[in-house]
Write a protein that binds this ligand. Structure first.
Ligand SMILES: [Zn+2]
Ligand SMILES: [Zn+2]
Length: 122
């Protein structure tokens, strides 16, 4: 993958973001007139396919976050869209199944959906 300046800028936004970011949020964050939204979408998709980022989808919007070696996933409230970090316990489970099927895993993705405490009461 060619690491263009625009790709670097997008990666930098994700690196310094504490919360998952949508393409619109990243586009808004980068003050560069030459960068259009469809490039951000395309770049995020490329990052995702290469396992650089993970994503969680909420109401048809994908939120991206950096995929670290010691990574985590998100639990998202369908009521208020609050995101909770979730430790990953998927690697060993997935590796067993992958080995049985001679499947070579490059990366994985997981999101848990539900309702937070206050949304359950509402
Ligand atoms: Zn909630
Ligand atoms: Zn994981």
């Amino acid at each position: 993958m060619r690491m263009t300046n625009q790709r670097k800028m997008i990666l930098e936004v994700l690196n310094r973001s504490k919360k998952p970011q949508s393409a619109e949020m990243i586009h808004h964050e980068i003050q560069d007139q030459t960068l259009n939204l469809s490039t951000v979408y395309r770049t995020l998709d490329t990052f995702f396919l290469q396992g650089l980022v993970s994503k969680s989808t909420m109401k048809n919007t994908a939120f991206y976050y950096i995929n670290q070696a010691d990574h985590h996933h998100y639990m998202i409230c369908l009521g208020c869209q609050k995101m909770f970090e979730l430790d990953c316990h998927l690697d060993h489970i997935a590796e067993d199944i992958a080995a049985k099927n001679h499947f070579k895993i490059t990366h994985h993705d997981m999101t848990v959906y539900g309702y937070c405490e206050s949304c359950q009461q509402a």
